[in-house]
Design a protein around this ligand. Structure first.
Ligand code: ZN
Length: 227
């Protein structure tokens, strides 16, 4: 019986993802001393001695992480993203890169196993891999509905890499302590100020800063601020 197989990501806890992102930054000497922008553009070169490639990819695809039986083979970013030279454009490239690095770190071992199995000679059947990596679209990286569990994991890694929990809390720490001093009317603007501060300090989109703050801040502060 011939057939094709799809890669399926295994469960990884949020804590493991947080730790592996922080560990990568420490390993490469890129964990900032104080809250600041993560130099994500040098990670591929430092980690795998091969920088990411900016090449034209099919319309709608933002980036790809490709694997072989040896491991991560190539990280590619759609060169058309470079046409947007605005702050938004730069942040989109940073997100895409961090997301693809997430695939490379979180899914490499699984891809090696999958490709070894799928390309090994079979006694009764030939099982072919349907692909050799991830093709990530905008809705996978920045949208609310990633197509696959592996995409959810890569997004969590992206957020942990660009916005290390320790540094985000350090940045907003004083403001959290002052929170009770705010009147209810000003809590919404307090929240906006937090988001703006995180987005600027770490050079990420407003949306990513907001999602990350909800995740790492004490819930009671964030929920109150929303009212
Ligand atoms: Zn992806």
């Amino acid at each position: 019986m011939n057939g094709e197989r799809n890669f399926k990501a295994k469960y990884v806890s949020d804590e493991t993802i947080e730790n592996s992102a922080a560990h990568l930054l420490v390993e490469l000497g890129l964990f900032p001393q104080k809250p600041g922008t993560i130099n994500v553009e040098v990670i591929c070169d430092k980690k795998w001695f091969a920088p990411e490639e900016y090449i034209p990819l099919e319309d709608g695809i933002m980036g790809r992480a490709l694997f072989s039986v040896m491991g991560i083979q190539q990280i590619e970013i759609n060169a058309t993203l470079c046409d947007d030279r605005t702050e938004t454009g730069r942040r989109r490239i940073r997100s895409t890169l961090a997301h693809e690095i997430g695939h490379a770190i979180l899914h490499e071992q699984q891809w090696i196993g999958y490709l070894q199995e799928a390309t090994a000679p079979q006694l009764f059947s030939e099982v072919k891999p349907v692909k050799n990596g991830f093709e990530c679209r905008e809705q996978d990286i920045l949208g609310q509905q990633p197509s696959d569990y592996a995409e959810v994991q890569a997004n969590k890694f992206m957020a942990a890499l660009l916005l290390p929990k320790k540094l985000v809390l350090e940045l907003v720490g004083d403001d959290i302590r002052d929170f009770d001093a705010f009147g209810s009317a000003s809590k919404a603007s307090w929240q906006e100020e937090m988001i703006r501060s995180v987005a600027q300090t770490f050079d990420v989109s407003w949306k990513m800063a907001e999602i990350r703050l909800k995740k790492v801040m004490p819930t009671e502060h964030w929920e109150l601020a929303l009212k």
